[in-house]
Design a protein around this ligand. Structure first.
Ligand SMILES: O=C(O)CCC(=O)C(=O)O
Ligand SMILES: [Fe+2]
Length: 342
C-alpha cells in the first residue's frame, strides 16, 4: 500500500533540467576522474589532470547553482511488495522511506544501556569521518567500549560508534529484527550489518559505497541528505585509491556550499521504526538530531553497483588504499575505514 506522499515527484523539474544540462560535463569529469585514478595508481604525476578536473567541478557547480534548485524529500511509503520495491526504487536507484515499517519489532525496545550490557565484551574503533574531520586526522586510533558510548550519549559527548560489526559479534540481536523482511526486500541472503549509536550532534560526512542499504532507525532522529551516484562530479570526491568514496563538501552547510541544494538530491528525516533504502553508490551525509541508535542492512550487488556507477565500480575494483584483497576480507569495517590514508 502506498501513502499519498508517494505520489510526489522523485525529482523536481529543476533537478531534471540540471541533470540534462550537465550531462556532457559530468561525462568529461568522469573521464578525468578515471584518468587521475589510473595515473595515481601507477605512480605518475596527476597534477594537470587534477587541475582540469577541479576546473570542471567549478563549472558544473556554477551551472547547477544558476538553476536555483532545492533538495526534495525522499518519497515515503507504508510498505511495498518486493517486486514493487525493485521496479520503482531499486531499478531506478531512488531512495525511499518505509514509514514506521519496523515499529512493532522487538528491537524497538533497545536502549543504549541495554546494548551496552549485551556488548559488554566488545569494543569499537572510533572514526573521524564527519564533515571537516577527516582531513589530516584519519582516525582517532582508539577503541572504546559501548558503556563509554552510552555514557557519552547521555552527557552530550561526541563519541560515535558507526559502521560497527556489533550484530555480527552478537548475532542474537538479529533475532529482534525481521530478517525475513530484509531478505525478501534485498533478494539476497548474504548480508552485512552496520551498527550506529551516538549522541546528539554526531554526524557522518558525505560518502558513497557500492552496497545498497536498508537503514533502520531504532531510536532518536536522524537527518539524511542523499544524492544519486551520477552527481559525484558536483562534490569532487577525493581521488586517493580508496574503495570508500568520500568528499569534503559539507552538504549540511549550503551557505558555504550552495551546491548542497543545487545538486539534484533529497533529504529525509527518520524517526523510530522508519527504514530508509539507500541505493548503490548514492552519496549521503547523515546527522543525528538527537541521541540515536540505528542498524544498516547491506547486501552486495555488482549489477546494481555497475548500473548506478560503472566508474565507481571500476575504481573500487582497482583500489590500492587499501588493496581490494585486504578491503574484501575485512570483518571489522571501522578498522578498515581507519586504515585508509585520507
Ligand atoms: O548514520 C550514520 O551516521 C551513517 C550511516 C551510513 O552512512 C550508512 O549506513 O551507510
Ligand atoms: Fe554510508
Amino acid at each position: 500500500m502506498l501513502t499519498e506522499s508517494s505520489n510526489q515527484l522523485t525529482r523536481s523539474p529543476v533537478q531534471k533540467a540540471v541533470f540534462a544540462q550537465t550531462k556532457k560535463l559530468r561525462s568529461r569529469y568522469n573521464r578525468l576522474w578515471l584518468k587521475e585514478h589510473i595515473l595515481r595508481t601507477i605512480g605518475m604525476s596527476v597534477e594537470s589532470t587534477q587541475s582540469k578536473r577541479l576546473a570542471l567541478f567549478q563549472e558544473l557547480g556554477g551551472r547547477a547553482i544558476a538553476q536555483g534548485g532545492k533538495r526534495i524529500h525522499v518519497p515515503v511509503v507504508d510498505d511495498l511488495t518486493p517486486p514493487e520495491f525493485h521496479a520503482r526504487f531499486v531499478a531506478t536507484d531512488t531512495p525511499v522511506v518505509f514509514k514506521g515499517r519496523a515499529s512493532g519489532w522487538k528491537s524497538s525496545k533497545w536502549t543504549a544501556a541495554y546494548l551496552a550490557k549485551v556488548a559488554s565484551k566488545e569494543t569499537v574503533r572510533l572514526l573521524a569521518v564527519a564533515p571537516g574531520e577527516a582531513k589530516g586526522k584519519p582516525g582517532e586510533g582508539r577503541n572504546v567500549d559501548y558503556q563509554q558510548i552510552a555514557k557519552s550519549m547521555k552527557e552530550g559527548g561526541d563519541l560515535y560508534a558507526r559502521f560497527s560489526g556489533l550484530l555480527h559479534q552478537r548475532p542474537e540481536l538479529i533475532e529482534d529484527l525481521d530478517l525475513d523482511w530484509f531478505r525478501s526486500m534485498s533478494g539476497h541472503g548474504n548480508e552485512t550489518w552496520g551498527f550506529f549509536m551516538g549522541g546528539k550532534g554526531t554526524a557522518t560526512g558525505l560518502h558513497s559505497s557500492i552496497a545498497p542499504n536498508l537503514f533502520y532507525q531504532i531510536r532518536g532522529k536522524k537527518r539524511w541528505y542523499i544524492y544519486p551516484a551520477s552527481t559525484a562530479p558536483f562534490f569532487k570526491p577525493e581521488v586517493k585509491g580508496s574503495p570508500y568514496f568520500y568528499s569534503y563538501v559539507d552538504v549540511n552547510d549550503p551557505k558555504t556550499w550552495p551546491i548542497a541544494e543545487a545538486a539534484p538530491g533529497w533529504y529525509a528525516d527518520l524517526g523510530p521504526g522508519d527504514v530508509l533504502f539507500v541505493p548503490s553508490f548514492a552519496w549521503h551525509q547523515v546527522h543525528n538530531k538527537t541521541a540515536s541508535i540505528a542498524v544498516g542492512y547491506r547486501w552486495m550487488s555488482l549489477k546494481q553497483g555497475w548500473r548506478a556507477s560503472w566508474i565507481q565500480t571500476l575504481l573500487a575494483a582497482t583500489c590500492s588504499n587499501p588493496p581490494l584483497w585486504k578491503a574484501k576480507d575485512h570483518k571489522d569495517l571501522p578498522s578498515l575505514l581507519d586504515s585508509i590514508d585520507y
